[in-house]
Write a protein that binds this ligand. Sequence first.
Ligand code: FAD
Length: 381
Amino acid sequence: MNYSVFTEEHQQVRQTIRKFVEKEIVPHVEEWEKQGYFADWVFPRLGELGFLGLRYPEKYGGAGGDYFMGIVLAEELARSGCGALAMAVAVQTDMATPPIMQFGTEEQIQKYLIPAIQGQKVACLGITEPNAGSDVASIETRAVRDGDHWVINGRKIFITNGVRADFIVLVAKTDPALGYNGVSLFLVDKGTPGFYVTRKLEKVGMRSSDTAELLFEDCRVPVENLLGQENRGFHQIMWELQGERLMGMACAVAGAQRTLEKTLEYARQRSQFGRPLVKFQVIAHRLAEMATEIEAARQLVYSTARKYAAGQYPVQEIAMAKLICARTSYRVADTALQIHGGYGYMMEYDVQRAWRDSRLNRIGGGTDEIMLEIISKSLGL
Ligand SMILES: Cc1cc2nc3c(=O)[nH]c(=O)nc-3n(C[C@H](O)[C@H](O)[C@H](O)COP(=O)(O)OP(=O)(O)OC[C@H]3O[C@@H](n4cnc5c(N)ncnc54)[C@H](O)[C@@H]3O)c2cc1C
């Protein structure tokens, strides 16, 4: 299908990433998923190939591409069948580093963004806490100014890349009396005294990405590590969350497309009652429904991305796209598993991984219920 959002250049980059994924990623996915950690060479390799800087300016080592270049990367990584890797990379390219580009000083760009584009530094973003998930404004991590330093105390949970990360973009309260307006962002390096990775969490899906619980105990960071304006962190991070949600959904849809293709293949070759599964109308209709829902979700991602890329702030559409894509990806995976029958429930068929991985789409980056809240508010309810 021609969506008229991708240029010849996008398609060339897509082919390059696709070849890389098939040759250098796919052969390792099973092993990485079993060990619960993808190899440390992946980030530097992606950096070397220029994939981590597709959307960043050339003067910082990026390729100067547009938002759709990022979508191409997200889609092609998702086609590896390893949602974990696509998610970990999206955290690097679309969650943790955009605020540095947007709000960072030149020194911060040199110290954090450029090595992140090169894959020499891995980044994570710390918003969620044990007592504050959907309700971001209720975070308790506190940063108090003490001379030339900020002293940080608090805990973060469910932090993607948190175990392997070289630094964190940390969200902390700097003026609790101001609520939303008392939050700031900080760059905190791994190895800073008082910054601990307390646990690597075990997950149902996305197993080869690392997810951490973090502790900050009288962790002192120099004042120059404040990212952006003091007390503007909530607004800065809310802007960032919009782009991240959309990119995550491009991954979700591409993953669903791969699941559909694999299931079509399976249903063509598996016969029962003397005919291939696709010859049962009920199965054919399910496959047709999957294809239709995926197409609708994809069109919504592209049309919303077009607005986002043009500098608009389409919060309502992003929430709608997040809701539809997350639900579609999970429904597609669940139906695909059903079509695989007992084989679908076996670890040797990777449809089970799509089923486990896609479940996260309805929780991470804002739950279905929070998307419905945003949409309701946009309707004036
Ligand atoms: C694998 C994984 C990776 C993650 N990576 C990161 C990361 O890198 N960085 C980061 O900061 N966070 C990360 N998260 C956290 C993620 O964004 C949160 O889990 C998510 O926002 C939900 O917060 P919560 O888990 O605390 O659930 P809660 O907020 O406790 O919600 C529990 C339930 O209540 C519902 N609920 C809450 N409020 C309302 C309401 N007002 N109306 C109706 N229903 C409501 C929710 O929808 C949900 O069903 C990750 C999570 C996971 C699981």
